[in-house]
Design a protein around this ligand. Structure first.
Ligand code: NAD
Length: 311
């Protein structure tokens, strides 16, 4: 079984690669090491995978290639992530990497017999939809990033509908755990608390997020790839919905340090709350989140400390 993972050096992609290699699959990873955050972090993410003979890394931008490997499954995770940076001139980076790149892949694989094309979508497609967010809720993204993730979902649907590409889109809800991107809240908060620096909270901290542990997201990907289901969308939400203030409180307990918090105005593009209805993925893919927020945060802090041993 040969598998392509795009975005293989990133936070989620690298975990997926590790799990697929652990299960004995042959994995081809593609990543262009975008400079959104440090290359060294991504190199560290795939350090173990690179030691495995079943892993081959192709360092290349999807947009610069017309040929992709012959594989049985595709997991498309490459994207320009991050909600807040998606305004203004940088929107070009988002349309290029989040919309044009997937269209290239779908065009290529439409003429090949692949078993599944799993796309990493996002809860950002919902915007401020009513809670809990359901797959058939009205989709009104409130950030340019969300617009691009939704456009890519629509491309998945139309290549399935017109060409029979067996796509499945998974809408991840705020993923966290070891290797979380350095621009994401939990990573930034833990770093600040351990260094005695100030945490900046956008808004009053009462906004909530449904946090999803990385291992649960990886499992959802594998279940989707192995299922017979095509042309569908599933929520992947950890069921650990807490406010930003509560999150900081938990991190203070785990690190046994007090946080210094500065509240500033809410950022454009941030949704107020997220909460996934996961009945569809539970019924159809038999997926349930296993890691609760306190346990997941502990694992993140342990990882962070092991990475920065001086703390
Ligand atoms: P990440 O930035 O750590 O990983 C994405 C990787 O894709 C990066 O290593 C980047 O270099 C690569 N990449 C981007 N454009 C590329 C291109 N054109 N060609 C080749 N490689 C390219 O991000 P992540 O947090 O691991 O997110 C992975 C996916 O999950 C993304 O599609 C993201 O939109 C989605 N997602 C993430 C979250 C989350 O909470 N982290 C939530 C919802 C959805």
């Amino acid at each position: 079984m040969r598998i392509l993972v795009t975005g293989c050096a990133g936070f989620i992609g690298s975990h997926l690669v590790d799990k697929l290699l652990e299960r004995g699959y042959e994995v081809i990873g593609r990543d262009c090491f975008m400079d959104y955050y440090h290359r060294e972090i991504k190199e560290k993410n795939i350090e173990n995978a690179l030691k495995n003979n079943n892993f081959k890394l192709i360092e290349e931008d999807i947009m610069n290639m017309d040929n992709f490997p012959e594989v049985n499954h595709v997991f498309h995770l490459a994207a320009q992530a991050g909600v807040r940076a998606s305004w203004g001139k940088s929107f070009e980076i988002y349309t290029r990497n989040n919309i044009e790149a997937i269209q290239k892949l779908l065009e290529f694989y439409k003429d090949r017999k692949i078993k599944k094309f799993v796309y990493a979508s996002s809860s950002s497609v919902y915007g401020d939809a009513e809670l809990p967010m359901k797959e058939d809720s009205l989709l009104k993204p409130v950030s340019p990033y969300g617009v691009t993730k939704l456009a890519a979902e629509n491309l998945c649907y139309l290549y399935w509908k017109n060409y029979g590409v067996p796509t499945v889109s998974l809408r991840y809800f705020t993923v966290y755990g070891p290797r979380q991107r350095p621009d994401m809240a939990i990573h930034k908060f833990v770093k600040a608390i351990l260094n005695g620096d100030e945490i900046t909270v956008f808004g009053d901290g009462t906004q909530t997020r449904d946090f999803t542990f990385i291992d649960d997201v990886v499992e959802a990907n594998i279940l989707a790839a192995n299922s017979e289901i095509e042309g569908e969308v599933f929520n992947v939400g950890g069921g650990s919905r807490i406010s930003v203030n509560k999150l900081i409180e938990l991190l203070e307990k785990i690190t046994e340090k007090n946080a210094k918090i500065k509240y500033i105005e809410k950022q454009k593009g941030d949704v107020r709350d997220t909460l996934a209805d996961t009945s569809k993925i539970s019924n159809e893919l038999n997926w349930k989140p296993k890691v609760k927020i306190k346990e997941g945060l502990k694992r993140f802090v342990e990882w962070y400390k092991s990475l920065y041993k001086h703390i």
